[in-house]
Ligand binder design. Structure first.
Ligand SMILES: [Cu+2]
Length: 308
């Protein structure tokens, strides 16, 4: 990778990090926007590099959410194996690159070269898997589609020399399909002996702080184990089309009971959140339904608190 490309991807990283700040800019009062525009044309405006960054940030925020496309920026998710419902299968796929060949070089992100998420379209089944990469670019993973119906598979990765991408492909499990309704909005999820509480609200077009608190048998868990470079991993999908949200964990020295994330909801509406956390050697998933509201024009730290 040459220096110009490195700088390019660095700038892109910044754009993603600052995406949340821009979201605030987009929803504040029109006069704030005018002054931002004035700042840009004033002689005391930010240096050109910074203006360029702001411009890039705007482009990034306007992008289609991840996961909705099977092909993007020249990269295509290419499932190879078909699956029989309920039968463990050695599932294989490739990511075809702009040169028409399977991609073989990936950057490591959150400890892995590729994160593979498989959900049923009704959002009742969730799997977060880490396939093995063969030298020829074929990924393989043991996968079971537990019940009949349509599924969505997401590959979350960054090719060497390219941008971070989330591609999505449909998988089908033949049989009698009985979709379940989206679970009700809840701030509490129970999995085995664990209770996870969700604090914070999703706001459309903003980076929203979400804090998840893990307890076991009523006691706060303070010895969570690292999982994928953090003390938890959160996937958030929009109900209706399964758009895949950008979520960043907050770095923490503390192994619980709180795990904090920043999630960017692209719109209002219902979302399903899946928290993977590791304790006593086992990874478990806590799931929540949450609703993203439109910003009401106040700053996120407005004096009134939403209580539910
Ligand atoms: Cu992963």
């Amino acid at each position: 990778m040459n220096t110009a490309m490195k700088l390019g991807s660095y700038a892109l990283g910044l754009a993603v990090l600052f995406g949340g700040a821009l979201g605030v800019g987009k929803v504040v009062a029109p006069e704030a926007r005018t002054s931002a525009a004035e700042a840009r044309t004033s002689p005391h405006a930010a240096p050109p590099e910074q203006q360029h960054q702001q411009h890039q940030t705007a482009d990034t925020a306007a992008d289609t959410p991840g996961g909705l496309q099977v092909s993007q920026d020249g990269y295509t998710l290419n499932p190879i194996t078909s699956i029989t419902t309920g039968v463990p299968t050695d599932f294989r796929f490739t990511v075809i690159g702009p040169d028409g060949r399977p991609v073989t070089d990936y950057k490591v992100e959150h400890d892995k070269k590729l994160h593979f998420i498989v959900v049923s379209r009704d959002l009742t089944s969730f799997q977060h898997l880490h396939p093995e990469l063969a030298p020829d670019g074929t990924w393989s993973v043991k996968l079971t589609l537990p019940k009949a119906g349509p599924y969505r598979a997401f590959a979350d990765f960054a090719p060497v020399g390219g941008q971070k991408l989330t591609l999505g492909a449909d998988l089908q499990a033949a049989g009698d399909y009985r979709p379940e309704p989206l679970p009700h909005v809840s701030r509490t999820a129970i999995i085995d002996d664990y209770t996870v509480n969700l604090a914070g609200d999703l706001v459309a077009g903003r980076s929203s702080k979400l804090t998840l608190t893990v307890s076991k048998n009523g006691e706060p868990v303070t010895d969570l184990e690292p999982y994928l470079g953090a003390y938890g991993h959160l996937v958030a999908l929009r109900a209706g089309d399964l758009a895949y949200l950008h979520v960043h964990p907050e770095e923490s020295e503390q192994a619980g009971p709180e795990i904090t994330f920043y999630a960017e909801a692209p719109s209002r509406g219902d979302f399903r959140l899946f928290l993977d956390f590791k304790h006593e050697g086992k990874v478990r998933t806590a799931s929540f339904t949450a609703t993203a509201t439109l910003a009401d024009g106040h700053a996120p730290s407005a004096t009134h608190n939403h209580s539910h």
